[in-house]
Design a binder for this molecule. Structure first.
Ligand code: M6R
Length: 360
């Protein structure tokens, strides 16, 4: 039931602080211990390589996950598109472990990979899903739930943030067992609480984001999201959100790649949305934004408060940089929502799309 909300998508965006708190309640205790199946932790910590498998938004959550697993566990991690990997000829390491990300747990492309993992490669696996008794949950060795509650809108929002939060918890839990200093010193309880509050702050800025959408995205045919590192990962997810519900041709680019070709696409009035939450690369992305600005781009910036200046458009409350995707993506979800609404589309039921893609 969407209650007083015009669309499920807006309700699901608004639910995200509560989802983060539910995840905390499920996976953390008061002493700050993280709870996953011990057999899972024992098994996954033997891995010399992690594979993360997903499609669409789940693949994008995997891109962020790679950085979390590598930071907190030092285990090399590869993220693969299910529809590609299902028919690739990969060299699978002996000590490989597979993590499937799927909101529905029913995506045919991801299942096709799991069939190979089980039958051909015979490697251990975990499915992280919103649906506890789904096909992918049943057919993997282990499963963990997202606690996001039913996601009805075709455009995935709270499942993405839940996936990243659960990946972060798992990565820190694994890292603690390996006595990895970065993981041991990371205050995951405090950080997730900060994240829930930060998401709430962005959600409360809806009016501002609605105005930015009206000024920038109402009439455009195309739009670009740019960023580096984790911000690039969020740029990919942000552009998917925009294209699937507003039908704007939107692309996410690594800011540094612009000058290698893409900048040719920038014309007078082209919307370019810059995401800046990583201190190491903030100045670089700023200068890339300057380059598009001088070619007439209509620039919107989403910036962590500690990296912001007085000309930035959307200010994001600060949490640990590794978790900033959980905050920046909220602004992008809302921009996509309002762009779709203002252009007169059915936000929850975009053309040509199904919630769960059960054909390959
Ligand atoms: O249920 P899954 O997470 O496996 O679904 C994967 C994609 O089909 C899904 O994320 C899709 O990209 C969304 N519509 C994006 O908003």
């Amino acid at each position: 039931d969407k209650g007083t909300y015009p669309y499920y998508m807006l309700k699901e965006v608004d639910e995200q602080p509560a989802v983060i708190r539910r995840i905390e309640a499920k996976y953390l205790d008061h002493a700050g211990n993280i709870h996953f199946d011990q057999a899972l932790l024992d098994q996954i910590n033997q891995a010399s390589k992690l594979y993360i498998v997903g499609a669409g938004t789940s693949y994008h959550a995997g891109l962020v996950g790679k950085k979390l697993f590598e930071k907190f566990t030092k285990t090399p991690t590869e993220v693969v598109l299910a529809s590609e990997f299902a028919y690739d000829d990969p060299i699978i390491e002996d000590q490989a472990f597979f993590i499937f990300l799927s909101q529905s747990g029913e995506t045919a492309d991801s299942r096709q990979v799991l069939v190979r993992v089980n039958d051909e490669w015979q490697k251990p696996s975990l499915t992280i899903t919103n649906v506890a008794n789904s096909t992918l949950a049943r057919e993997a060795d282990f499963s963990a739930t997202l606690e996001a509650g039913p996601e009805i809108a075709v455009a995935s929002t709270k499942a993405y943030t839940a996936q990243i939060a659960v990946e972060a918890l798992l990565a820190v839990a694994m890292g603690r067992e390996k006595t990895n200093a970065t993981a041991v010193n990371f205050d995951i309880t405090g950080q997730l609480s900060k994240v829930a509050n930060a998401i709430q702050t962005v959600v409360d800025e809806k009016g501002k984001i609605e105005e930015l959408a009206l000024a920038t995205l109402r009439k455009t045919r195309n739009a670009f999201y740019i960023g580096r590192g984790l911000d690039y990962n969020v740029a990919l997810e942000s552009s998917l959100k925009l294209k699937e519900i507003s039908y704007i041709q939107a692309e996410g680019f690594a800011s540094g790649e612009l000058k290698h070709g893409t900048i040719a696409l920038i014309e007078d009035g082209t919307p370019v949305i810059g995401i800046i939450t990583q201190s190491k690369t903030a100045d670089h992305t700023r200068s890339n934004l300057q380059e598009v600005l001088s070619r007439g781009a209509n620039v919107i910036t989403m910036v962590s408060e500690d990296l912001a200046n007085s000309t930035d458009d959307i200010l994001l409350p600060v949490v640990d940089e590794m978790l900033m995707p959980l905050v920046s993506v909220i602004a992008a979800q809302l921009l996509a929502y309002y762009a779709s609404l203002q252009r007169g589309y059915n936000v929850d039921q975009p053309r040509n799309l199904a919630k769960s893609v059960t054909v390959e």
